[in-house]
Design a protein around this ligand. Structure first.
Ligand SMILES: *Cc1c(COP(=O)(O)O)cnc(C)c1O
Length: 364
């Protein structure tokens, strides 16, 4: 028998979430952010599922868009960091990609490109995140230069997207308003967390990523019916009884306060389960929510199953999915669910669950 650890990708849940987002978007157009291998869920399979349900995709950089084109996907694709250099700029028109222009120099590359100009240009405005974007006071000149090449869309990105009442969100929204009202151009501001909050946003494009995968950005979305797309699963490969006073795992971090039963799962930080997870992090084993006991090691982890004598070797385990949710696990590890799904490593086989069979099909 092979190691039972796998990431099961539920493409039906992905479609379901897309339908919910479509409703949320109302009359706005819907872009699915599929950067970082669709947040670790598998870029091409997710994009094929989403293609009929969204108006465009967004990826971080050119190579990610090339993967989609090579897989035969003809959708509109926005490249969030735009071209890295003049040579890359030539590929945008060739491959039919929309670049984000966040630096004036990128516009010059397109003006000089021998392959022609892209079909659309998205100008990114720095409203206060201070990561990428054009200065607001340079915008007029750059918009006219861009408009002479292709249709222009304006975009920006919020630093505290989950909290529109945060003073920084208020400042960014004010600057965004001032920057965009001078032009009669389509706009795009909101990602997952903010899309649930800002009913009165007038942007033409909604630009979520995490909600497609059923995550709960900033604790939002739990009651809205989004379903987790990834289930990280394994099974018990050893169970032992230890006496009170014994310690478990590297560093002896977990101390048995009573005579205990410890179950071992063949999944560790080299699979993407976070080493930072603290004792007590919930794991579903044999249908019971049990606590992590001891430090996560490279290939294995241990849980306290003292309360559940029915848990034996072979009992199925779920590291995240519906229970516990990836965001709950992330909280116990001092991070966010985005980091956990996108860091599931290549040695974990992805299994596609297309809806019909619970186990699904292995997928390379
Ligand atoms: C990643 C990203 C998004 C999507 O963010 P989510 O929180 O996953 O919805 C939207 N816009 C930009 C610029 C991004 O980098």
């Amino acid at each position: 028998m092979t190691r039972p650890t796998r990431a099961v990708i539920d493409l039906e849940a992905l479609s379901h979430n897309a339908t919910l987002l479509r409703k949320l978007a109302g009359s706005r157009r819907l872009m699915a952010v599929v950067k970082a291998d669709a947040y670790g869920h598998g870029l091409v399979d997710c994009a094929r599922t989403l293609s009929p349900r969204v108006d465009a995709f967004a990826v971080a950089f050119l190579d990610e868009a090339v993967v989609l084109r090579q897989a035969g996907l003809g959708d509109r694709i926005l490249v969030l960091e735009g071209p890295m250099d003049v040579a890359e700029a030539d590929s945008f028109a060739e491959l039919g990609l929309w670049p984000v222009v966040h630096r004036a120099e990128q516009l010059s590359w397109f003006e000089q490109s021998p392959t022609g100009t892209p079909e659309g240009l998205w100008l990114k405005v720095d409203t206060g995140l201070h990561r990428l974007g054009l200065e607001i006071d340079t915008l007029s000149e750059l918009v006219s230069r861009a408009e002479s090449m292709a249709p222009v869309t304006l975009m920006s990105h919020l630093a505290c997207a989950g909290d529109v009442d945060d003073p920084l969100s208020q400042t960014q929204m004010r600057r965004w308003q001032a920057a965009t009202e001078r032009f009669d151009l389509p706009t795009s501001l909101l990602n997952s967390a903010s899309s649930l909050l800002a009913d009165n946003d007038e942007s033409q494009w909604l630009r979520p990523g995490y909600l497609f995968y059923g995550g709960q950005p900033d604790g939002l979305g739990s009651d809205l019916g989004f379903r987790p797309v990834m289930r990280l699963t394994s099974a018990v490969i050893a169970v032992r009884s230890i006496a009170a006073g014994e310690r478990v795992g590297y560093g002896g971090r977990w101390l048995a306060q009573r005579d205990s039963r410890i179950a071992t799962l063949p999944i560790g930080y080299a699979d993407g389960y976070p080493r930072a997870a603290r004792d007590g992090t919930p794991v579903l084993v044999g249908g019971h929510k049990v606590p992590l006991a001891g430090r996560v090691s490279m290939d294995m982890m241990t849980v306290d199953v003292t309360e559940h004598p029915d848990i034996q070797v072979g009992a199925p385990a779920q590291l995240w999915g519906d229970t516990p949710g990836v965001d709950e696990v992330a909280t116990h590890a001092g991070t966010i669910g985005y980091e956990l799904t996108s860091q599931v490593t290549a040695r974990v086989p992805r299994w596609l669950n297309t809806g019909s069979e619970p186990g699904g099909l292995p997928h390379g």
